[in-house]
Design a protein around this ligand. Structure first.
Ligand SMILES: *[C@@H]1O[C@H](CO)[C@@H](O)[C@H](O)[C@H]1NC(C)=O
Ligand SMILES: *[C@@H]1O[C@H](CO)[C@@H](O)[C@H](O)[C@H]1NC(C)=O
Ligand SMILES: *[C@@H]1O[C@H](CO)[C@@H](O)[C@H](O)[C@H]1NC(C)=O
Ligand SMILES: *[C@@H]1O[C@H](CO)[C@@H](O)[C@H](O)[C@H]1NC(C)=O
Length: 549
């Protein structure tokens, strides 16, 4: 019986005026039950025992009518008096083992945990499920010490998955600030594989408070949340099932290149919006690159415009060239809008490892948004990996790569870093360098095109981001191959430009590069193909360079 409990949409009540308003809690909960919540916790820290018992009885009647379990927060005595299905205990409430003694084995006991240690103890003492949090700060709970974010929850899930039978089996619910605009992203991010061979422990449900209790129409709010829970997030909606390696490398590369020319054609046909949030340093150049490849640039740093822009089918480039608290809040708002609309987002974590401000900015962005593609040089990608919860180990440890300008990792090590990070963040990771390495966690490729002049002009990294955004926006079925196509367009144009007689150095290179971006785009979109592409499959990625903290 207890094993069959559905934790997926877990309602926690709140009787405070700020959330419930002047409405009747029992009626609000009844609406939520009709809407589809799958379990209810009655949480009321202020009412007297008499009120608690009478309200709990009324709630239990409604829950029973819908065949939904009712749990009482903290008060084992109230649960016993009402005869409901169980209790939920916070860290300051009664001990799980004592509650178990009083309630017996048939009742459900849940515990709030915010660390691996608390999770381990709660399971050992017999908890049936864990409420893991706090995910985000909310008005209902402000205890910032417990705010552990996506990463904190992923760590606890991993530790349970690696633990004993009871730890593997225990059910889990995440709590803190979950609402309709972030629910799909959160569940997507929490399902984070740490290796290709192990399935991550799933989160069994999301706990929701004000998004239902405080909603104008709790029934509609609940059914909407329930629908979201059972459908893929918008940013995965267009993905086709990725092909795995074709039989031979030659076949695989042929496939990648024929995809690339179609992708170029699709960019020119769709002329997708490339929405660029960044500083003004090389704005002109970036806008020209976008136009040359056939995209439509728009420079908008004001996040209030993002929801409208996100609906136009383009992609967003988040470029961390300059980081300010205002800028960060702006980014988060725009990221949220694109995640909701399903528009691809490229994260360009410029200088991510350089300062602690930038390191924490990356961590905050990863905690608040899903990025379809993260691109950066070796140092930047390592900084993202550390924000994602990894530490760097292996032969070249000591994190020298983070601070030094030159590459310190071998190609197999880079492939390992890129694919491990891509797998965990469930996105595409591109590490740029003399040889670029790109992966979706499953398929890893190298690309060795490009020219040294690209490294001598301002904004080349940023404008690659612009190019990638157009390719992803126009080719959402397989974003990995779309990104490879974008890199090829960019780097082969640079090679062609450098070969021209009128190009004498980086200065004359810039206009020639723009010309070649345009010329090759038109040519390949016609019926050409990407000649001179140097792409290879990396079937044997090394392991263990990145390890989870
Ligand atoms: C909780 O219960 C366990 C097992 O009965 C006991 O060892 C522990 O001392 C109790 N802790 C507290 C704080 O009551
Ligand atoms: C949803 O929750 C997030 C995180 O708590 C918050 O920033 C956002 O404003 C909320 N959105 C709505 C529509 O309530
Ligand atoms: C990886 O490839 C396998 C084999 O085709 C496939 O079943 C799986 O869905 C892929 N995983 C990802 C994350 O693309
Ligand atoms: C794109 O990114 C660059 C790099 O920072 C930026 O300067 C430019 O304003 C952005 N805008 C467009 C339209 O590409």
């Amino acid at each position: 019986m207890k094993d069959q409990v559905d934790y997926s949409l877990y309602l926690v009540t709140d009787s405070t005026e700020a959330i419930l308003g002047s409405r009747d809690l029992v009626q609000v909960v009844e609406q939520a039950l009709i809407g589809g919540v799958t379990i209810v916790q009655y949480r009321d820290k202020t009412s007297d025992t008499g009120v608690l018992i009478s309200t709990a009885k009324a709630l239990h009647e409604k829950c029973k009518a819908h065949n939904i379990p009712l749990l009482i927060n903290d008060r084992v005595d109230v649960a016993l008096a009402v005869g409901c299905e169980g209790v939920h205990l916070g860290q300051d409430d009664m001990n799980v083992s004592e509650a178990r003694n009083l309630l017996g084995n048939d009742k459900i006991i849940g515990a709030t945990v915010s660390s691996i240690e608390e999770a381990r103890i709660a399971v050992e003492r017999g908890a049936d499920y864990l409420g893991i949090g706090t995910l985000y700060a909310t008005n209902t709970k402000k205890n910032t010490k417990d705010i552990i974010g996506i990463n904190g929850i992923r760590k606890i899930l991993k530790s349970l998955n690696d633990g004993n039978e009871a730890e593997k089996k225990v059910k889990t619910v995440c709590i803190g600030g979950v609402n309709a605009s972030n629910l799909q992203r959160i569940t997507h991010q929490l399902h984070a594989p740490s290796s290709p061979s192990t399935q991550p422990k799933p989160i069994d449900g999301v706990a929701v408070v004000s998004a239902i209790i405080g909603a104008p129409d709790p029934k509609t709010a609940s059914s909407h949340l329930s629908k979201l829970l059972h459908s893929p997030p918008p940013f995965k909606a267009h993905s086709t099932e990725p092909h795995f390696w074709l039989e031979s490398n030659a076949q695989e590369i042929t496939h990648v290149l024929s995809f690339a020319s179609l992708a170029t054609k699709s960019v020119r046909e769709k002329s997708p919006l490339s929405h660029n949030m960044t500083n003004l340093v090389v704005q002109n150049f970036a806008a020209n690159v976008a136009l040359c490849i056939g995209a439509s640039p728009i420079m908008a740093n004001y996040a209030a415009e993002a929801p409208d822009l996100a609906r136009l089918g383009g992609a967003l480039v988040v470029n961390m060239g300059t980081v300010t608290p205002d800028g960060l809040a702006n980014f988060k708002q725009a990221i949220n809008a694109y995640n909701l609309a399903g528009g691809p987002i490229i994260l360009d974590p410029v200088g991510a490892g350089a300062t602690s401000v930038r390191r924490s900015a990356v961590a905050e962005l990863l905690n608040n948004g899903y990025f379809d593609l993260i691109k950066g040089n070796e140092r930047e990608i390592l900084a993202v990996a550390s924000a994602s919860g990894f530490s760097v180990s292996g032969p070249t440890s000591q994190q020298r790569g983070v601070d030094s300008g030159t590459a310190v990792y071998t190609l197999p090590q880079k492939a390992s870093i890129v694919s491990t990070l891509a797998l965990r963040e469930r996105c595409i990771v591109l590490m740029t360098g003399a040889t670029d390495v790109i992966s979706d966690g499953n398929r890893t490729y190298t690309i060795s095109n490009g020219h040294a002049y690209l490294g001598m002009i301002t904004g080349s990294g940023c404008t690659l981001g612009t190019t990638l955004s157009a390719y992803l926006a126009a080719n959402q079925g397989d974003k990995l191959l779309a990104a490879i196509a974008g890199v090829l367009h960019y780097e082969i144009a640079a090679e062609e430009a450098s070969r021209r007689e009128d190009v004498k150095g980086p200065g004359t290179f810039v206009p020639a590069f723009l010309d070649e971006l345009y010329r090759l785009g038109v040519k390949v979109a016609g019926d050409g193909e990407w000649e001179g592409a140097r792409v290879e499959c990396v079937k044997d990625v090394g392991e263990g360079v990145l390890v989870l903290d």
